[in-house]
Design a protein around this ligand. Structure first.
Ligand code: HEC
Length: 224
């Protein structure tokens, strides 16, 4: 039954199955040996010398980095993400109407307290700064501290709401404090959105913004 021009048949079993003597396909051999070489490299990289970090370790480092950076509060990235989440912003708006509108106006346009929809800030307009102002207040100037009264989660949502109305310029109380654009070169530029840093007239703002770059927190732009 074997065909002399075809592959050499080693075995033939009565039900018609044949075992031929053929070399392995080249692509298969390349993949096979590459996998062996890769596994040796992998073993030494991750296990033997621990040069590379395992995903779990990497994740722990990230968490540690972010916790340290933000001190006690949430990370800027988390606040920015929250300000883009319509549910969180909606909850923040409700809390704002209940607790803040008396002094800041229904639309955050300002009354006794400053207009929160312009780009001028007395205490900084970056996510952490807004969170900190709401949480700790500016008691001597008439802005209560809300952290203990409302709790961290509510303050986060209020921050999300404030960030969402920021720079929408609702007509109201005249701007107070420093405009984010003018303050672009200040140290706070590092935590500001890249768009704010690039709008700074001075090129010296660039290195400080760049140093914040490796952290994911600097990446999302507060476009609102
Ligand atoms: C009793 C009046 C009052 C209430 C209520 C109040 N604020 Fe204020 N708020 C102020 C005043 C006054 C300032 C300005 C402080 C200063 O001059 O340094 C201020 C400042 C701020 C700032 C900083 C603005 C800037 O330019 O840096 C933020 C943010 C803010 N308030 C958010 C809130 C939020 C959110 C609430 C509700 C949880 C709230 N405020 C409730 C009076 C109030």
């Amino acid at each position: 039954m074997s065909d002399p021009s075809g592959p050499k048949i080693l075995h033939e079993i009565p039900d018609g199955i044949q075992e031929a003597d053929e070399p392995m396909p080249t692509w298969w051999l390349i993949a096979f040996f590459a996998a062996i070489v890769f596994s040796v490299g992998y073993y030494f990289w991750y296990e033997q010398f621990a040069i590379g970090k395992a995903p779990l370790e990497e994740w722990r480092d990230d968490v540690a980095k972010h916790t340290k950076k933000s001190g006690e509060g949430p990370t800027p990235a988390a606040l920015v993400a929250l300000s883009q989440d319509s549910t969180a912003v909606g909850e923040g708006k409700v809390a704002f109407t209940q607790n803040c509108a008396a002094c800041h106006g229904d639309k955050a346009e300002g009354k006794i307290g400053p207009n929160l929809t312009d780009d001028a800030w007395l205490h900084g307009g970056t996510p952490e700064e807004v969170y900190k102002t709401i949480s700790k207040g500016v008691v001597e100037k008439g802005m209560p501290a809300w952290g203990s009264a409302l709790g961290g989660a509510r303050v986060e949502r209020l921050t999300a709401y404030v960030l969402s109305v920021k720079d929408t310029n609702v007509p109201g109380k005249a701007p107070q404090g420093t405009s984010a654009k003018a303050a672009g070169a200040a140290p706070s530029a590092a935590s500001a959105a890249p768009s704010a840093a690039s709008a700074a007239p001075s090129a010296s703002a660039a290195p400080s913004a760049a140093s914040a770059a490796p952290s994911a927190s600097a990446a999302p732009s507060v476009a609102k």
